[in-house]
Design a protein around this ligand. Structure first.
Ligand SMILES: NC(=O)c1ccc[n+]([C@@H]2O[C@H](COP(=O)([O-])OP(=O)(O)OC[C@H]3O[C@@H](n4cnc5c(N)ncnc54)[C@H](OP(=O)(O)O)[C@@H]3O)[C@@H](O)[C@H]2O)c1
Length: 208
């Protein structure tokens, strides 16, 4: 699959490494430009690009940036794309975003508001980058970690669930973007590396 990855840090860099190793055609971009990505490109075989290049050719785009940077992205370029929102809201880093802070809306609903033409799916936000890098396991393994996947577009969600499985994790359908607060920071499934049944129980028992 042609994958664009926006952000080359802990999560974007990890997904660049893992998806390239699986044979996907990855273009990665960051805020400093392609020259700064020469090392990652040489290591993985990914293409270093601009944000527009990474989004333009992609069948699927991962956004892994500090949440405050989302409105600075070229939002029109995302129209019609399946976009994985791997981001979390941390007020100390992202500043005051009142609608998220007062829990009126989920952080992915806020992202979807900025990327209004995209099919946004929330995934990978609740696992530490190092675990995403190292703890993928074959289907059926007893210690396979499960990851919640939430989105409004069923086809887009299925595409992302397939990718989660390919990366070595059990995808669990976590409902719609409005329900995706159940996998945000401070919920039972956040950073806890549960199996599929544990994720289902954790999503159901999350409290606003
Ligand atoms: N760290 C984790 O284990 C983890 C786990 C799950 C989810 N998350 C979430 O994933 C997101 C990314 O976290 P991270 O830890 O990967 O952050 P990070 O290591 O600080 O990397 C952030 C990346 O975003 C890029 N960026 C910032 N503004 C940009 C813009 N306007 N256009 C293009 N790229 C831009 C940065 O570019 P430069 O490299 O040029 O500065 C950098 O590559 C956050 O929302 C975080 O909460 C993190």
């Amino acid at each position: 699959m042609k994958v664009g990855i926006i952000g080359s840090g802990h999560i974007g860099g990890t997904l660049t490494r893992r998806l390239c190793a699986l044979g996907h055609d990855v273009t990665v971009a960051n805020s400093r430009g392609p020259e700064s990505l020469a090392g990652l490109a040489a290591e993985t075989g990914a293409t270093a690009g601009t944000v527009d290049q990474a989004v333009g050719a992609a069948e699927l785009v991962v956004v892994a940036v500090p949440l405050f940077a989302v409105p600075n992205l070229p939002t029109k370029a995302f129209d019609g794309k399946v976009v994985v929102d791997a981001n979390n809201y941390y007020a100390q880093r992202d500043g005051d975003i009142p609608d998220i802070a007062d829990r009126s809306i989920s952080s992915s609903r806020w992202v979807a508001g900025h990327l209004a033409g995209a099919h946004v799916v929330k995934a990978f936000n609740n696992i530490q980058a190092q675990h995403l890098l190292e703890q993928g396991r074959p289907a059926g393994a007893g210690d396979r970690i499960a990851l919640p996947v939430a989105g409004d577009d069923e086809q887009a969600k299925q595409l992302v669930m397939g990718l989660v499985d390919e990366l070595g994790f059990d995808p669990v359908d976590a409902g719609t973007l409005d329900e995706s607060w159940r996998q945000q920071p401070d919920t039972p499934v956040y950073g806890t590396d549960r199996d599929a049944e544990g994720v289902r129980v954790g999503l159901a028992s999350a409290r606003p």
